[in-house]
Ligand binder design. Sequence first.
Ligand code: OSB
Ligand code: MG
Length: 381
Amino acid sequence: MTLQVESIALREIRLPLREPFRISSGVCTERRIALLELADAGGARAWSECVAGEEPNYSSETIDTAWHALREWLSPRVLGRRIDGPQAVHEVLERDIAGHNMAKAAIEMGCWALDAERREIPLARALGGTRDRVPTGISIGIQESPDALVTRARRALAGGYRKIKVKIQPGADLEYLGAVRDALGSDVTLMADANSAYRLADADHLARLDAFGLLMVEQPLGRDDLVRHAQLQKRLKTPICLDESITGVDRCEDMIALGAGRIVNIKPGRVGGFTASKRIHDLCMAAGIPVWCGGMLESGIGRAHNVALASLPNFSLPGDLSPSARYWERDIVNPEWTMDRDGLVAVPLDRPGIGVTPDLDRIDDLTVRREVLSGRTGVRR
Ligand code: OSB
Ligand code: MG
């Protein structure tokens, strides 16, 4: 069924986190989030979220570069144009436009949601999801002390989380992970995420992580560095999981060919959307590589997209899909996202589209800028 996007309303909201989130490459206290509302000629509407951060520490993109790319290059590619369906949008945005994956993903994922709305089916079903609940892990930022980390990890475990991910960096790694492992016991599923804080010269140090029985260590080395990750993996028992490095299906093929990692964190924003996510998912499934859905401190709109993706069959490990209350005093969707005592988030299969309703009054209150891109003004080629 063809898809035709008539307008994209772009806005920026500011949403303060309940507590600052620190990773090795930067700290976030308030999210600046770009939201998109897409509309087609038939009156269907759908929301999506751009996950780019404020600073270019996780990737080269920021909310401001994404805004620019969306307005100048990406929305003119889709506005007013007949496209074969949401699965064709990725190629339309990819041709002769390098990079800007998070900006591309915001449009591409919005098109999938719009198509699901129009067909009155849940986004999870449109994507090929097979699960009605998805297991959830927490990602805990770097803390001031091992004790502060242990307090948060205990709380997370009591709340039902199925996996506890600890952010690490040089100087806040072995002692912190040791304290958590001692406090929680050997049965708890624990992992670490370094966000590229180490170099291959740290291999001996990183090999000491093997003592903690981690499920995986995420992105220890450079963002673009598959070759050294392969060398490091030979020296670690702990499986390496790649996040920043996997910017598309080709990089995932390279990872497999080189042995640079044994697990993949799929963030649809990082890879340019759902079509690329599905290809990576399928490739990994065929290669026997488990995947899980990462997070970027999304609002409830981005969370809806991630939960739908995480319902696909090879998302066999718990995703960073924490409920609304872990991040915000109040989320921007109804109902808010919740997790049950067993650490499961329900996939909203009883509702079409993304399955939650954006709270327009609250979104308006939080909005600091707005721009409507429409077919007439937007189409430039
Ligand atoms: O590396 O997974 C990461 C947040 C911002 C940037 C990078 C990462 C993260 C997280 C947050 O780990 C996970 C979440 O959204 O709960
Ligand atoms: Mg990560």
